[in-house]
Design a protein around this ligand. Structure first.
Ligand code: SF4
Ligand code: SF4
Length: 326
């Protein structure tokens, strides 16, 4: 497939940023100590476009950690639909693909959809790191979750518009008028382990008692770091907080994790996944079997965050390799 792009010189990125920030709250990668985070940015000089990965993924802005969804009192309730306009400036392809995959689940959720409809996503090319495996997870190519994607090329970028919002941007004067044709936008690299996604998907149920679940559950601390940093883990709980006046309050949607003991506990005290092994295997069953059955792609984009932030040094690629290595 040939893609048509337009060139923007690096020195013109500030003009693009300034234009975007006139209409949107801009979220971009910035340096924080030794790490990188996605944060609200007011000046282009704070943006770092050459970054390895951020600690938290973009989901923190799409599905905030503790989000009020409606207010209630004795008379009834009022939906709290968000109206902010967010622009991501410089998302890697894995994170942009993760938003595309979250869309598959939350498209009809009014709170998510309100943010998503007002959102602008500008992606940027990246250099894969030692923990990346987006290729195996089919998340290394261009997605139309991006309105605009900027491919680094020498001292300039080639901009590919994927939506009407993106086309409006590339019509600006700081994009050069000639069109550049590119065969395909893909991040190509040698991954640490060769994974066969389709073999993994098949083996997860066929080989349900594979010793890898026991081995890994023994090491796992159930700290939930991996699910917190994952751009595609979206388990949530619903909590009501009442005010001093009886009957008035707010309902919140808050992050949760299916790795926690309480997650599958139901009324009467029964717990469907009391053992950590069952909870750990459930994460993989959802990501690499049931999600694929439903949507045709895994609930993982190979961003590597769960590997980087696991205090027990559990490497998801090694677990998957034991199930479906080539
Ligand atoms: S499971 Fe791990 S590698 Fe996959 S998207 Fe989540 S954090 Fe990234
Ligand atoms: S980050 Fe590591 S130790 Fe913590 S729950 Fe995930 S796999 Fe277990």
């Amino acid at each position: 497939m040939t893609l048509m792009g337009k060139i923007i010189k690096k020195e013109n990125l500030k003009r693009l940023f300034d234009d975007v920030s006139r209409e949107f709250k801009v979220i971009a990668p910035v340096k924080k100590g030794e790490d990188y985070v996605l944060s609200e940015v007011e000046s282009f000089s704070d943006v770092v476009l050459d970054y390895p990965t951020t600690i938290l993924p973009p989901k923190k802005f799409l599905l905030p950690y503790k989000e009020p969804i409606f207010a209630f009192d004795a008379e009834g309730f009022k939906d709290l639909i968000p109206d902010e306009k967010i622009a991501f400036f410089g998302l890697h392809l894995c994170d942009a693909n993760a938003i595309g995959r979250l869309d598959l689940v939350f498209w009809n959720d009014p709170y998510y959809r309100a943010r998503r409809d007002r959102m602008l996503i500008i992606g940027i090319s990246c250099k894969p790191t030692e923990t990346c495996f987006c290729k195996s997870m089919k998340a290394n190519s261009l997605t139309n979750a991006c309105d605009l994607f900027l491919l680094a090329k020498d001292d300039k970028y080639i901009g590919f518009s994927m939506t009407e919002k993106g086309r409006k941007i590339v019509s600006q004067l700081y994009f050069e008028p000639e069109t550049v044709n590119v065969e395909e936008v893909k991040i190509e690299y040698e991954e640490k382990l060769s994974l066969n996604l389709y073999k993994v998907e098949r083996k997860i149920l066929e080989d349900y008692n594979n010793p890898v679940w026991d081995e890994t559950a023994k090491k796992c601390l159930a700290c939930t770091n991996c699910t917190v940093v994952c751009p595609l883990c979206y388990c949530f709980d619903v909590v009501d907080e009442t005010f001093i006046f009886p009957g008035e309050g707010l309902r919140f949607r808050c992050w949760d994790s299916c790795l926690l003991l309480s997650f599958a506990r139901v009324a009467g005290g029964h717990n469907f996944r009391r053992d950590l092994k069952a909870r750990y295997r459930n994460v993989y069953t959802h990501k690499f079997k049931t999600y694929i059955d439903e949507f045709g792609v895994p609930s993982c984009v190979g961003c590597g965050r769960c590997i980087i932030f696991c205090p027990a040094n559990i490497d998801m690629r090694e677990v998957l390799f034991k199930l479906g290595g080539v």
